[in-house]
Design a protein around this ligand. Structure first.
Ligand SMILES: O=C(O)C(=O)C[C@]1(C(=O)O)C=C[C@@H](O)C=C1
Length: 141
């Protein structure tokens, strides 16, 4: 997927926020490029076309955006998995709470309180798909 003009590394740096930035690189509308909550943004223009056609076109865009977000989530999950596996293989813990706080801060800065929930979900996904056995399934000692 071509994310230009964003550097590719940015696409790996943070998930949903980055996905939304990538989306911004690929779509002509501008509402995504502000951290303002929707209620603080100017009202969306009233569509002049047939409402059903408008909704269909916008839903097609949402479907395409969701597919990009899912692809980025998969890529992020793979990168995260490699880190978690490496840490556990060297005797460390699957979880790094300090790093998780940094990730959560990024989403909170972008979306406020709901950003925290997105970060939690993203991190849960990364850990659930890591291939690292859950603590209860790990041999002790
Ligand atoms: O950055 C790490 O150290 C990771 O293991 C990646 C990651 C993440 O997906 O962002 C996953 C688990 C950790 O608890 C913290 C962060």
């Amino acid at each position: 997927m071509d994310l230009s003009p964003l550097p590719r590394r940015a696409a790996l740096a943070g998930l949903t926020g980055t996905a939304l930035l990538a989306v911004g690189a690929c779509t002509p509308t501008r509402q995504h490029d502000t951290a303002l909550p929707p209620q603080s943004q100017p009202a969306a223009p009233v569509p002049s076309e047939d409402p059903a056609g408008f909704v269909k076109r916008q839903r097609d865009r949402i479907d395409a955006l969701d597919n990009q977000i899912i692809a980025l989530l998969r890529e992020r999950t793979e990168v995260s998995r490699s880190i978690q596996q490496a840490r556990v293989a060297t005797g460390g813990s699957q979880t790094d709470t300090g790093r998780e706080a940094v990730v959560a801060d990024r989403y909170r800065a972008a979306f406020g309180a709901p950003g925290d929930e997105v970060a939690t979900a993203v991190l849960e996904l990364a850990k659930a798909q890591s291939g690292v056995p859950s603590p209860s399934a790990r041999p002790s000692g």
